[in-house]
Design a protein around this ligand. Structure first.
Ligand code: FAD
Ligand code: EPU
Length: 352
């Protein structure tokens, strides 16, 4: 049976039975019972007044869909956040404060900043998805995390119908983690964020091994932020699959962080194992290496596989369902657990 779309108010329409394949980078063909695209923050207040958040379960929030696994058809309505806009709110000789709508494409925001010579987020170039999702897992790459430049965000709280501002300490950022992945999961709809970027002098972060190698090979001894941006774009293109060609959600698991004594026992068995210090006597082990050692790199089972250049990326070779992808992730998890006694924790948000 087809249901007619319902107009809640001008510019706010609840669409029925919407195919979500174009809205998630794994390319899962799930269907949303109801789907609303939110292009301004007032819409959230209107939806609240209409009782949208009281008589239904909390909706599923979607940005660019680049870090979600739709395990099946979502049981709750889907809200796609598409709030636009980038503006400078204030500046001094050295700093600039910028505000961006949650729907702004993250890479476009990075490009916008680099074009104006505003430094601080150039290492985060080419991360897919929206600006509003960036705080959820405190996106990070090539030695930099969102939290390094983050000042605050504004969010709508569907329980109370109010907006709240969350400052740096409120967000409890960690490695691929924030309060919005834990206590406030699904309870805060981010509408915009504020970042503090540097006009001058810039702080170049080229300490990540892949960036260092890139600059050594290119003979660049004093990179500027545009060089870092270009290098990150080039390294990422060589390593990670383009979701428009091969469905994926980036790293499927987080890199496990283990204590030093466990690491030392493991290192005796695997002296070639790569590792990185993670503070407080903790060591980070690349999950990609563990998965490769367990024999999964480039391996394909039916429609699902791991990427040939990066074992941490699970790929959809065709028409894989969410359940198939999930099953593959569980198989990988089990085999790494058996071989290394390490539990891999998904980075990707599994939505049911
Ligand atoms: P979605 O996938 O739509 O949502 C992710 C989560 O955030 C969901 O739980 C969703 O409910 C929630 N959410 C989304 N928007 C909002 C909002 N406005 N308010 C409240 N909750 C919201 N990540 C990294 O950190 N570093 C990388 O280097 C990196 N590389 C990647 C490479 C590839 C090829 C791909 C496909 C992904 C990569 N990712 C990386 C993961 C992903 O790009 C980031 O997590 C990104 O921030 C997700 O943004 P999104 O808009 O697509 O979020
Ligand atoms: N490795 C292998 N085999 C593989 C993949 C990696 O041995 O198949 C080894 C590499 O040789 C290297 C180490 O693992 O020694 C690290 O690899 P890489 O530099 O590719 O980074 P990563 O740890 O796999 C992390 C992030 C990425 C981010 C890059 C760059 C996580 C979970 N992933 O990947 O983020 O882009 O570093 O900073 O922290 C994402 O979150 O979706 C994502 C892509």
């Amino acid at each position: 049976m087809t249901h007619p779309d319902r107009e809640i108010s001008k510019n706010v329409t609840v669409q029925q039975n919407v195919g979500l394949k174009p809205y998630n980078t794994l390319g899962i063909d799930a269907v949303a019972n109801s789907f609303i695209e939110v292009t301004d923050q007032d819409t959230l207040g209107k939806l609240y007044k209409e009782g949208f958040f009281s008589d239904q379960k909390f909706p599923i929030i979607l940005g660019g869909g680049s870090n979600v696994l739709l395990k099946g058809d979502p049981k709750s309505p889907v809200l796609k956040i598409s709030i636009p806009g980038i503006r400078v709110t204030d500046e001094s000789d050295h700093f600039v404060r910028i505000e961006a709508g949650a729907g702004v494409n993250w890479h476009e925001l990075v490009t916008w900043a680099v074009e104006r010579n505003f430094g601080g987020i150039e290492n985060l170039a080419l991360i897919p998805g929206t600006t509003g999702a960036a705080p959820i897992q405190n996106i990070g790459a090539y030695g930099v995390e969102l939290s390094d430049t983050f000042e605050s965000l504004r969010a709508f709280l569907p329980e109370s119908g109010e907006f709240n501002t969350f400052y740096y300490t409120d967000c409890e950022f960690g490695y691929r983690d924030s309060i919005f992945k834990r206590e406030l999961k699904g309870k805060a709809i981010i509408t915009g964020i504020v970042l503090k970027l540097r006009k001058s002098p810039h702080r170049i972060n080229d300490s990540y091994y892949a960036l260092k190698n890139h600059f050594n090979e290119a003979g660049v001894s004093r990179p500027v932020i545009r060089d870092v941006y270009d290098a990150v774009v080039s390294i990422r293109r060589s390593k990670l699959p383009d979701p428009s060609v091969l469905g994926n959600a980036g790293s499927f698991f987080k890199n496990p962080v283990v204590d030093k004594s466990f690491f030392e026992t493991l290192e005796k068995r695997y002296p070639e194992m790569p590792s990185f210090p993670a503070g407080d006597g903790l060591i980070k082990i690349p999950a990609g290496w563990l998965i490769e050692q367990a024999g999964w790199k480039g391996k394909r089972i039916g429609n699902v596989g791991t990427y040939r250049n990066q074992a941490l990326v699970i790929v959809n070779h065709g028409d894989a369902t969410g359940e198939e992808i999930f099953g593959h992730a569980i198989r990988i998890q089990k085999s790494v657990q058996q071989k290394f006694d390490i539990e891999l924790v998904p980075e990707v948000n599994i939505l049911e």
